[in-house]
Design a protein around this ligand. Structure first.
Ligand code: DGL
Length: 272
């Protein structure tokens, strides 16, 4: 197994990719990570496909030029489901995408009814249709797209509380019909931040699945690194494009997770 000296880049529109970051660091604590939140472009879920592809390609090319990473993770379902082929074309390092865990959900659902909770962009993507066709064609799939939940996850990480009634209304469509899902895919990397709160508002037990652990295993495999026991002294870098809203409120959460520096990055790739 090799020792990794180059960093990896984890990219998202906001703080959702931190759920992937945490899984990766739990498995590989000595791995140096440059996390980038495209806060100037947030939220991606309500942007056009071409805007999402352009922003993702642009920033990943700039970050790769600047930091010479060994691998990139697009820790955003909304971006991965539309920009993966293009990003793989422009970068000559491994690119790991995060897409809804439909296959896992289908393997786990006894009722053959699964829910997909994602951004409005992800629920309507052709990529998502294909995943459902390939892995869950014998399941009823109930799709709920919510940008509001993405904003709520951002607020929650900044220490704000969230009203149960608001969450209840967002997940209500899953439980409106006769057949209720026993498994719900958290198809947006922001949503695992709210897993416990979501569980507390649903009317029956739900198995919530996300892609975090699978992505950490994939990164470890691609880098040829074995899972590590002890945390190293590595402190990571958090980059944000444009303004990071409530900067002061988010700093404690980032510090606890392992970030030593917060850097602002402009569209030209200059540090500001
Ligand atoms: N975290 C992102 C995802 O996994 C998207 C959130 C957004 O910007 O809409 O889909």
């Amino acid at each position: 197994m090799q020792k990794q000296t180059q960093p990896i880049i984890i990219f998202d529109s906001g703080v959702g990719g931190l759920t992937i970051y945490q899984e990766v660091k739990q498995m590989l604590p000595s791995l140096k990570v440059i996390y980038c939140s495209d806060s100037a472009g947030f939220p991606y879920g309500s942007r056009s496909e071409s805007e999402v592809v352009d922003r993702t390609c642009h920033y990943l090319a700039e970050l790769t030029r600047r930091y010479d990473p060994s691998l990139v993770v697009i820790a955003c379902n909304t971006a991965s489901t539309v920009s993966l082929p293009r990003v793989r074309q422009i970068l000559d390092i491994p690119v790991v995408g995060v897409v809804p865990a439909i296959k896992t959900a289908s393997e786990r659902s006894e009722k053959r009814c699964i829910g997909l909770l994602a951004t409005p962009g992800t629920v309507r993507r052709e990529y998502t249709d294909q995943l459902i066709h390939d892995f869950a064609s014998d399941c009823q799939v109930i799709r709920v797209g919510s940008s509001e939940l993405v904003h709520l996850a951002e607020q929650y990480l900044r220490g704000e509380s969230i009203a149960q009634e608001v969450l209840k209304a967002i997940v209500a469509p899953f439980f409106a019909g006769k057949l209720r899902p026993d498994v719900i895919v958290l198809g947006c990397t922001h949503f695992p931040l709210l897993r416990d709160l979501l569980q507390s508002v649903v009317p029956c037990p739900v198995d919530w699945v996300d892609s975090g652990a699978a992505i950490a295993r994939r990164v470890s495999y691609l880098l040829g690194m074995a899972p590590e026991e002890k945390a190293g002294a590595i402190r990571d870098i958090f980059i944000h494009t444009g303004e990071l809203s409530d900067n002061g409120k988010i700093a404690p959460a980032l510090e606890t997770m392992g970030f030593a520096r917060l850097i602002s990055f402009d569209y030209q790739g200059a540090l500001i």
